[in-house]
Design a protein around this ligand. Structure first.
Ligand code: R5P
Length: 277
């Protein structure tokens, strides 16, 4: 049975259809003091929890779902399509936590396996105490793109080069290049221009996450007279005024996947996840 987290109900439904598994209807409740309570239907055999940890509450909800399911099912698979806190994956300063390790350790307690989609770094798997499968959804980002003119796929930093290459390969034509980024704060980045010619070309900027939109909008400010600008990401966090920032920067369209359910989540990663279940 597929057990959705409250933030992943559409993706869970799509996955249930892909796998031809029943979809469990979970009740998500809150007590008067703000504490949360989930109630799952009766589960037999295998349970597949699908829950993106997009907020601190979503972390608590997933822990509750895993505990509730572990008490009933023979086998538990936890799918975390978007794993929050995953970017804090090393000790940046003494006195700080490695948040990704803390979350991974907690989520390993009541599951047999973990599956996550395009984490910020693939080495996230070492933080889990159970087997962790990493699903690469980059090729599906090519699906919703329109017919492009002389396309240039750009990674806004070196970490996104592989993603940009994979989207370009899946699209079937165009070139790939990247910017060099240094982060000044969580909302400010500096970006060195790429060498590629951008005048009159359709530009597709590709990244794993769009959070504040600072990386994408700063990269766009370096482009010289492009024809159209599209931005594609696996995880459309789109915090605060990110959509406005991108729009003001001249973006024609934002494309994201349903690892986070937003209005821009035009492609599903359900079949990529189903292939690894
Ligand atoms: C960081 O290296 C990631 O790959 C993204 O570039 C980053 O998370 C995007 O964040 P923001 O939209 O806040 O610039």
């Amino acid at each position: 049975m597929i057990i959705p987290g409250s933030a992943s109900q559409s993706l869970a439904s799509s996955l249930a259809a892909e796998l031809n598994e029943p979809l469990g209807i979970v009740n998500y409740q809150r007590f008067a003091d703000g504490e949360m309570l989930v109630q799952t239907p009766k589960i037999q055999d295998r349970a597949i929890i699908v829950a993106s940890t997009i907020s601190s509450d979503a972390h608590i909800e997933l822990l509750q779902l895993q505990d509730a399911v572990r008490r009933q099912a023979d086998e538990v698979l936890t799918v975390i399509p978007y794993m929050g806190y995953a970017r804090q994956d090393k000790l940046f300063e003494t006195g700080e936590p490695i948040s990704a390790a803390a979350m991974a350790s907690a989520f390993s307690t009541n599951t047999d396996r973990i599956l996550t989609v395009n984490p910020h770094v693939d080495t996230i798997d070492k933080f889990f105490d159970v087997s962790c499968t990493i699903v690469n959804a980059a090729p599906v980002l090519a699906d919703p793109l329109p017919k492009l003119t002389d396309p240039l796929f750009l990674a806004p930093d070196e970490g996104a080069i592989t993603l940009a290459n994979q989207v370009q390969t899946a699209y079937g034509e165009g070139e790939t290049d990247y910017f060099v980024k240094s982060r000044i704060s969580d909302v400010e980045v500096q970006i060195q221009p790429s060498d590629a010619e951008t005048r009159d070309r359709d530009i597709v900027l590709v990244d794993d996450i769009i959070a504040t939109g600072s990386t994408m909008s700063t990269a766009i400010s370096q482009l010289d007279n492009p024809h159209r600008i599209f931005v594609s990401c696996i995880h459309p966090v789109l915090a605060a005024n990110a959509v406005t920032k991108l729009s003001a920067a001249g973006v024609s369209r934002i494309y994201g996947t349903d690892t986070i359910e937003q209005s821009v989540s035009t492609v599903s990663v359900a079949s990529e996840i189903a292939a690894h279940v």
